[in-house]
Ligand binder design. Structure first.
Ligand code: HEC
Length: 171
């Protein structure tokens, strides 16, 4: 009878979780405070500040650490060459991963639709970069950087097309 007991217990638990989900998410739709589950976030940084102070510096380091450049002094590989170097870029990739979550926070997310898709996409690309850095795989690391870049431009295209031209001009 133990087994049946535990099954019963499980379905009771599931019901509890579902009820909690329904009661939490329904009134929260338009509430940016997110206090319905006693969770609060410090949203002092607005989206442009999050971009400039958190996301852009981390992603710049990733982009500056992948591929190669040809300049007056010749052909130069940009990839890290030491374990410490790879650990450092892996940590920047972790910032990109978490920045995806920061963008998706209630009260910061612009909507619960495409914005979340782009935010999640940023996190996935950050995770791919972390994995490539962990295995020190040049090709995968380069591809992850490209993936990050394409999420940045796709989200800007959708929400603030002016940013993309500013972006290119900066390079
Ligand atoms: C989920 C959507 C989204 C993603 C993903 C995103 N951005 Fe943004 N970004 C925005 C929006 C929206 C703005 C404009 C904010 C405003 O002006 O109110 C912006 C603005 C910026 C700005 C200009 C900030 C300023 O000074 O006004 C920079 C720089 C920037 N983003 C860099 C990046 C980089 C680099 C990435 C990728 C690594 C990225 N963004 C990914 C939505 C996004």
């Amino acid at each position: 009878m133990n087994r049946q007991n535990s099954l019963f217990y499980k379905s009771g638990f599931l019901l509890l979780v579902l009820t909690a989900l329904v009661t939490c998410s329904a009134p929260d739709e338009t509430n940016s405070g997110g206090n319905s589950s006693d969770v609060s976030y410090n949203l002092s940084l607005d989206v442009p500040e999050l971009m400039v102070l958190v996301l852009e510096p981390a992603s710049d380091i990733l982009w500056d650490s992948a591929g190669w450049v040809l300049d007056a002094s010749g052909y130069e590989e940009l990839y890290p060459t030491t374990d410490e170097g790879w650990a450092y870029v892996r940590a920047q990739a972790a910032v990109v991963l978490e920045a995806g979550n920061m963008l998706a926070l209630p009260g910061r997310a612009v909507d619960t639709d495409a914005w979340i898709t782009y935010s999640n996409g940023l996190s996935s690309a950050g995770l791919a970069a972390m994995e490539a850095a962990a295995s020190q795989n040049h090709e995968d690391f380069f591809q992850a950087g490209a993936q990050i870049y394409s999420v940045c431009t796709a989200c800007h295209q959708a929400y603030n097309p002016d940013i993309n031209s500013q972006f290119v001009a900066e390079e």
